[in-house]
Design a protein around this ligand. Sequence first.
Ligand code: S3P
Length: 426
Amino acid sequence: MQLIQTDYLQGTIVVPPDKSIAHRSIMFGAIADGKTTINNFLRAQDCLSTLHALQTLGVPIYDNGRTITITGVGFNGLKAVNEPINVGNSGTTMRLLLGILAGSSFETTLLGDTSLNKRPMERVMLPLKKMGAVLKGINHSEFPPITVTGQSKLKPIEYHMPVASAQVKSAILFAALQTEGETKIIEKEISRNHTEEMITQFGGKIHTNGKTITICGPQQLKGQEVKIPGDISSAAFFLVAGVIVADSEITLKNVGLNPTRTGIIDVMKKMGATIQFEAIEQVNQSATLIVKTSHLKAVTIEGALIPRLIDELPIIALLATQAEGTTVIKDAQELKVKETNRIDATAQELQKMGAKIKATSDGLIIEGKTALHSANVASHGDHRIGMMLQIAALVSKGNVELDNPEAIAISYPDFFQDIKHLVKRK
Ligand code: S3P
């Protein structure tokens, strides 16, 4: 597909609903008692994988488009299925569901697409096995299909996480809700806390003190009304587009601003980006953001900041190609085990467009400021690489052809429509 080009960007878009919160709202609705209503559900392939998986496990979920109603069945109400459940490209579905199923005494097999079937699962299998569940990967490996046989008497654990991962933390929390006693999780770095927030929202008890989380089981949660804010990880593509495309100004409505997710805003401000906040909603943790073309300078991105912007690193790498100086991204080895190896894919594809970008063992080194040019590029089947390349095309001279743009529907089905809405000719 030929990517869209522009002279400048102007206009307003409403950011699509948060993917992490959408997954979790279906899961909490399923395992709670009573009715849950989800408003502003994200109708993207990944979240539909979660919805279909829980329907397959016997949860009554009524799909009315952007509004979803669930009659919760409690942890004990899930039903055994004979066929493997296919969760497509969604790592969040697979890892979190393993935590839920760790307490159901029947056997379930979860499989994914070719990308997900290559992603590491040992990180969730290990703590869940310590809690008493039986988990097996294909051919005794850590890779999906994964078969989980839960255990109705799960044991609480104290667990020092070897990787900073909200997916692993969440799987342990779902299992911990089904144990008898106190589970303590010590995070390597603080990662997104949507699961912890939702446990509280659904009437449960959980305590966080810095990197230490304590939770006691068993707990029975109660159905709620959930309103999903916009996804800062989707907004990120437009935040960057607005500052790197000349003569632009974009308004992004309903951007979720949970502090465990706002690393990109901290980085952009440090680089010199003009970002204005309006209509700030404290309860819903969201705001309207206005971005304008800005003069940018290089920064170093490392340490505790990495989990707060992990999914934004490909688009931040593009941003760095348009900043003065050398940007260094380190401590980001987790990027190698995302939907694709995002360190290699980002470097390879931006190099094709003329960027001075080098992959390292744990990140990227980017020299700016470079003019980008025409190229044939590939999404590697990864939604975030595909979207980053469309934004790169907006600042490049000449045509950019993208292979496999379909991957973008994993998280942002209306992405190209929103781009077209903002594109302006002089
Ligand atoms: C997610 C956590 C992150 C992130 C992913 C969504 C979540 O993964 O990259 O897109 O919803 O918990 P890790 O927890 O593996 O870092």
